[in-house]
Ligand binder design. Structure first.
Ligand SMILES: CCCCCCCCCC(=O)SCCNC(=O)CCNC(=O)[C@H](O)C(C)(C)COP(=O)(O)OP(=O)(O)OC[C@H]1O[C@@H](n2cnc3c(N)ncnc32)[C@H](O)[C@@H]1OP(=O)(O)O
Length: 178
């Protein structure tokens, strides 16, 4: 994922990707962790009131020959959404990317993807997102995924600030009902 993939848009927050500011312990996600050597390395940038990311699927991301696998589309919407939520919480707390304070890490509580059109394999995919509700720990994010400027999927997700029990090395959370 190169910044140039979002060519033509202004990049706020000093042009820094949200994922490049996650603490190391939270930077291993398959979709967007900068430290996962086998991952997709998705990068999310602020673009005005929205966020934007871009990714060019590879042949192994095929569903039907010529079209992109829906699970990859969900992954892009998912990881871009959690980053959009993290940025919304960071902004709410008065910070901008590049500040020394760690960027909060959100996880997916709920993810809905509407596949509107088959997504062609070939063009770079662009996802634009926005936080439509920002609570104490919960952020609702809506997004659209485009291929060559054509809307192919919409997403709506609930992202929640990762609880302390998800910090690597933390003791396991108690089982529900205990
Ligand atoms: C080590 C961390 C690495 C992070 C990697 C991120 C990778 C990016 C994307 C992912 O793949 S994340 C992996 C898939 N997601 C999970 O495994 C999360 C599993 N679920 C949980 O751990 C918990 O259910 C969760 C942290 C999401 C919420 O539990 P909490 O006990 O922290 O929150 P709580 O139940 O108090 O709910 C907080 C708010 O979220 C809301 N909420 C929780 N689950 C919801 C849900 N499913 N749908 C809608 N809203 C939900 C809840 O209503 C509430 O709203 P309000 O603040 O308005 O009252």
């Amino acid at each position: 994922m190169a910044k140039e993939g979002t060519a033509g848009v202004a990049q706020g927050d000093h042009g820094i990707a949200v994922q490049d500011r996650y603490p190391d312990d939270f930077a291993w996600c398959y979709g967007c962790g900068r430290l996962n050597p086998a991952g997709l390395h998705l990068k999310t940038y602020r673009d005005g009131e929205e966020t934007v990311t871009a990714f060019r699927p590879r042949p192994e991301h095929t569903a039907i020959p010529g079209f992109v696998y829906g699970g990859l589309i969900a992954s892009l919407i998912d990881c871009h959404g959690t980053a959009t939520a993290s940025l919304a919480l960071y902004h709410r707390d008065g910070h901008r990317l590049g500040d020394p304070e760690p960027v909060p890490r959100c996880v997916t509580a709920s993810l809905q993807v509407d596949y509107r059109r088959p997504t062609p394999l070939g063009p770079e995919l662009v996802v634009r997102g926005r936080a439509v509700e920002v609570g104490a720990r919960k952020v609702v994010v809506e997004s659209e995924l485009y291929a060559g400027g054509t809307l192919c999927a919409r997403g709506r997700m609930v992202a929640v600030l990762a609880p302390p029990s998800m910090t690597p090395g933390a003791p396991p959370a108690p089982a529900p009902g205990t």
